[in-house]
Structure formats: C-alpha cells, structure tokens
Design a protein around this ligand. Structure first.
Ligand code: 13P
Length: 245
C-alpha cells in the first residue's frame, strides 16, 4: 500500500499564495510514489479543485461542521466539502482543541457526520507536554481514541485515518522538536493495536509534528508509520517535493 502524505496548510496562506503553491505542487511533485492530499483553508477549496483535477493530488478540508445541514451560523457542511471534490477532512487537530475548545464529544460527532457524507476523517490525537512529562502518553492517547471513535462503524481500512501528532512536537509550538523515529514507531504501533480493538478494523496511522525534508524519509521507513501529516514544511514546494519523493 502506498504511504499517504497530507499537507495541512493551516491558515498560513492568502488565496493567491494558495493558488501559486498548488500549481507548484502539480509541476514539481512526484505524484506517483505516494498518495498526496492537500488541505487548504475553506476559502481556497473550490479554487484548488480544478487545479488538482486529473492529477493524483486529492483535496481535504481542515475541519467540518457536526451536522450536514441546519441553523449553525458560520459552520461549513461536510456535504458541501464533499461536493467541492474533497475526499478527506482533518478532525480533532490539537490547534482546534486548544484555540476553539473542541472536545472529544464534538469531535466524535464530526467524525460520524463526515463518514455519513463520504469524507475520510483524518482523526488527530496527541499528548501535550504535560502528559508526556507525567509519563501518561499512552493513557492519554487511549482516552482520546476511545472517546473519538466511540460508536463508530467503518467498513474498510480506507474509511478512516488516524494522525498521531504529539502537540509538543508541532513546529509552531514553543521549543518544538520532532519525536525520535523509534519512539514514534513504538507509539504508532500502540495506536494501531488499540484502534483496531475499538473499531474491529485495521486503520492507517500517520505521524505529524516537525516533519521536514531532512527527516521525512526516516519516519516513512518505520513499520508502523503509514504516512505523514505535514504543516510548515508543506508550504514550500522544494521541501514538500523532497518529503513526497
Ligand atoms: P508542523 O509540520 O509544522 O510541525 O505541523 C504539524 C501539524 O500540525 C500538521 O497538522
């Protein structure tokens, strides 16, 4: 199975910059080796769809509403995300948990609605520095998995992806540095086993957090790392082309 590499552009780019970067991806990336997914902000989604059409680059959103329709001012429906041509949606990212106060109940609801609307959720989990320092990483991850995946039914390995992103390793967080490859692999093995127990299905688990051109290949070589979720280093065509090559 190909590895899957997801670019999370977060809210870092203007619309114009998003279009330039998207065209640069199409021109410069190796589109055969891995599955590549780009998650721009909502406003750019519709404009990127024609650029990626007939390429191997898939589109994803960075979040979606907890319902497909309703009086929810400011929310964006998974139904509309799907009809714009997106296949994936990142849910439960630590930045949304922290700044938007999203909790596991809401994230669980969003995962369910995303699945109902034919989107593949990229469900993010990860311990913060506090849990890591207290030696409670696995305990915390298990709790996030149990709450986020509660009551879910998936049919195939392709229906849902989990992304392990230790919050302390995300490049924009103070003092961030990547986890070691062997530690990531060991934790990802744990996540895979636990998720399989909960869902009764295998799932793919990606790693995210300070992935760069110089360390991506080492992460991808690990047995339990099925791909990468990349923030900062996806904003430069040159870096991202090394990561995806
Ligand atoms: P960085 O790659 O910038 O550490 O971001 C990781 C991330 O949060 C991707 O979702």
């Amino acid at each position: 199975m190909k590895k899957i590499i997801i670019a999370n552009w977060k809210m870092q780019l203007s619309l114009k910059e998003s279009l330039v970067l998207a065209r640069g991806y199409v021109k410069k990336l190796n589109l055969q080796k891995n599955e590549i997914v780009v998650c721009p902000d909502y406003a750019a989604l519709a404009f990127l769809a024609p650029i990626f059409k007939n390429t191997n680059i898939a589109l994803g959103a960075q979040d979606c509403a907890f319902s497909a329709k309703g009086a929810y001012t400011g929310e964006v429906s998974p139904l509309n995300i799907q009809s714009l041509g997106a296949k994936y949606v990142i849910l439960g990212h630590s930045e949304r948990r922290e700044y938007l106060k999203e909790d596991s109940v809401l994230i669980n609801q969003k995962i369910k609605v995303a699945l109902e609307n034919k989107l593949v959720p990229v469900f993010c989990i990860g311990e913060r520095l506090a849990e890591k320092r207290a030696g409670k990483t696995k305990e915390y991850l298990l709790q996030e998995l149990r709450q986020g995946l509660k009551g879910l039914k998936i049919k195939t390995v392709n229906d849902l992806i989990i992304a392990y992103e230790p919050v302390w390793a995300i490049s924009t967080n103070k003092g961030a540095k990547p986890i070691s490859c062997s530690e990531a692999d060991e934790i990802q093995k744990f996540i895979k086993e636990q998720a399989q127990k909960i869902l009764q299905k295998k799932v793919r688990v990606l790693y995210g957090g300070s992935v760069k051109a110089e360390n991506a290949a080492d992460f991808l070589a690990q047995a339990h790392i099925d791909g990468l979720l990349v923030g900062g280093a996806s904003l430069q065509v040159k870096d991202f082309s090394i990561i995806t090559n």
